[in-house]
Design a protein around this ligand. Structure first.
Ligand code: ATP
Ligand code: MG
Length: 429
C-alpha cells in the first residue's frame, strides 16, 4: 500500500478514537438512572481533566467519549479502570456504517490484539450489537461476515466459548464502534451518587480499604487524620497524606484534615483513669471528626474497624465510643478478617505505604491492659473532669487542610456541581 495513504488512514482513525464505557448493571434499575448517568459523565470529565475530551455521549447502556490524540491508550485505560459505575470498557474506533469500513477496523483491532498477546494458535470471536436497526446486517450476520474475514486474513480460529481475543462491534446511528476486547471496569456506583462521608484515616492498613469500599458504593469522601506531632515524628501525617492522595485517584478531588491530637491526649492522661484512655481518645476522635466532617458536608463517618481486631473494637467498646458521634458511623470492614483486608490493600496499592513505620497517636500513653468492656457511666464520669467542648473546638481550629486533585495537573473545574461548565462543555448531546 502507498505509504501516504496509510499515514492518512492512521491519523483519520486516531481522531475517531473513543473510550466506550458500559454501565454497571445495578444502576440500570430504577428511576434514578438519569442521576447515575449524569454523575458518571461528570466523573469521566474529571478523570481526564488534564486533557481536552472531544465529546461525551450516552447511548443506551453505554457512554462514548472521544479521546484526544494527546492521551495514550495506556493512560486512558488506567484512568478508566478507576471510574466507579463502569462494568467494563474498551478503547475503540468509530467508523462509518459501511460493512467494508467496519471490516477494516475489525482487522486492525484484531491485529493490535495479536501484537499484545502471547502464545500461538490464538482463538477469537466477534461480539456484535446492533442498536441501530436500520443497518442492513443483524448482529449474527455481522459476526459471521467479520469472523470469516479474520479467519481468512489472519489465520485465527473461532472459539465462541473461551476466545483468547474478542473484537467488539457496536452499531449505533452515528457510526460503528469497533474495539479490541473489553477491560474490567471498577464496578460499583459513580462517586457522588449515594452521599458524602468523612473517613477517619490512620496510617494503617484498614482505613484506606474502608475508604475504597465506600467510594465504590458511590460515596464522595474527605479524610481526617489525627496525629501527635511533635510528640512523635511526622511519619503518620506523611503516610496519611500519601494515602489520601492515592485514594483521590478514584474521586478526582478531596480534602484531608490533619488534626493535632497531642494536647487532647495530654489532658486525658492527666485527668482520666488509665484503663479508659483508648476509649476516651476514640470518643474525642469521633467528636472532632463529626464537627469537621459535617463542615465538609459529610452525612456519616467511615472507619476501618473490624470486630474484635484490637481492644477498642469489642462490641461493648464500639458501642460506647460511637455514642460520642453526632452522625452515623459506617464500618465497611466490620466482618472482615485481617488477611482479607490485607489482600485488598495489596490489590489497591495502599499496603506498601500503610506498612511503613510510624508512631500512631493511639499508641501513645496506652496502658498495657486497656478496658475491653468500657461502661458508658464510667466513661461519662471520667469525661466530667474534661472541658470537652473547649478541647474539641481547639482541635478543630488548629486543624490543617490539605487539598488533593487527581489528575494532579488538572485545574479541576471538576469540583463541579450540576451546573459545572466543564460538564456542559462536554455534553454534546
Ligand atoms: P491497622 O491497620 O494497624 O489496624 P488501623 O488504621 O485500622 O490500622 P486501628 O487501631 O485498628 O488502626 O483503628 C481503627 C480505626 O480507627 C481506623 O481504621 C481508623 O478509621 C480510626 N483511626 C485510628 N487511628 C486513627 C488516626 N490516627 N487518625 C484517624 N483515624 C484513626
Ligand atoms: Mg485496624
Amino acid at each position: 500500500m502507498n505509504r501516504n495513504r496509510e499515514d492518512r488512514r492512521t491519523s483519520a482513525a486516531d481522531s475517531d478514537r473513543y473510550l466506550i464505557g458500559r454501565y454497571h448493571e445495578v444502576a440500570l434499575k430504577g428511576r434514578n438512572r438519569w442521576r447515575f448517568v449524569d454523575e458518571l459523565k461528570r466523573n469521566v470529565v474529571a478523570a481526564f481533566a488534564d486533557h481536552q475530551l472531544g465529546g461525551l455521549r450516552g447511548a443506551g447502556p453505554r457512554l462514548m467519549v472521544r479521546l484526544p490524540a494527546s492521551l495514550s491508550d495506556e493512560v486512558a485505560k488506567e484512568r478508566a479502570a478507576r471510574i466507579f459505575g463502569l462494568q467494563n470498557f474498551s478503547i475503540g474506533h468509530r467508523v462509518p456504517l459501511e460493512i467494508s469500513a467496519i471490516e477494516r477496523a475489525a482487522l486492525a483491532a484484531a491485529q493490535a490484539l495479536i501484537r499484545t498477546s502471547c502464545g500461538s494458535e490464538l482463538t477469537f470471536r466477534i461480539l456484535a450489537r446492533r442498536a441501530e436497526k436500520r443497518f442492513p446486517l443483524d448482529s449474527v450476520a455481522i459476526q459471521r461476515t467479520l469472523g470469516a474475514t479474520i479467519v481468512r486474513e489472519l489465520g485465527l480460529k473461532v472459539n465462541l466459548g473461551h476466545p483468547d481475543l474478542v473484537v467488539a462491534i457496536e452499531i449505533l446511528p452515528e457510526g460503528a464502534y469497533v474495539s479490541g476486547g473489553k477491560l474490567a471496569g471498577a464496578g460499583g456506583l459513580p462517586v457522588g451518587t449515594t452521599g458524602q462521608g468523612a473517613v477517619l484515616l490512620s496510617g494503617g492498613i484498614d482505613s484506606p480499604v474502608a475508604a475504597y469500599r465506600m467510594m465504590r458504593r458511590g460515596m464522595r469522601l474527605n479524610f481526617i487524620h489525627f496525629h501527635s506531632y511533635p510528640l512523635v515524628s511526622s511519619a503518620s501525617r506523611d503516610k496519611a497524606r500519601d494515602l489520601a492522595a492515592a485514594l483521590t485517584s478514584y474521586e478526582a478531588h478531596s480534602t484531608l484534615m490533619l488534626v493535632p491530637f497531642a494536647e487532647i491526649q495530654r489532658s486525658i492522661v492527666a485527668r482520666a483513669p488509665r484503663f479508659l484512655r483508648v476509649v476516651l481518645y476514640r470518643r474525642f476522635m469521633l467528636r472532632i471528626a463529626g464537627a469537621l466532617g459535617v463542615a465538609m458536608g459529610a452525612q456519616a463517618l467511615v472507619t476501618g474497624e473490624s470486630l474484635g481486631q484490637v481492644a477498642s473494637q469489642t462490641l461493648e467498646n464500639m458501642t460506647v465510643i460511637e455514642q460520642a458521634a453526632s452522625i452515623p458511623v459506617i464500618r465497611p470492614l466490620i466482618g472482615m478478617d485481617k488477611n482479607e483486608i490485607i489482600v485488598e490493600a495489596r490489590r489497591l496499592g495502599t499496603f506498601e505505604t500503610s506498612i511503613l513505620p510510624d508512631e500512631d497517636c493511639c499508641s501513645l500513653f496506652v496502658p498495657s491492659h486497656p478496658a475491653t468492656r468500657a461502661r458508658l457511666e464510667e466513661v461519662t464520669a471520667a469525661e466530667g473532669m474534661l472541658e470537652i467542648a473547649q478541647m474539641v473546638d481547639d482541635a478543630v481550629a488548629r486543624s490543617e487542610a490539605v487539598h488533593n486533585l487527581f489528575p494532579a495537573a488538572a485545574t479541576h473545574a471538576a469540583q463541579s456541581d450540576a451546573s459545572s461548565p466543564a460538564l456542559r462543555r462536554h455534553e454534546l448531546q
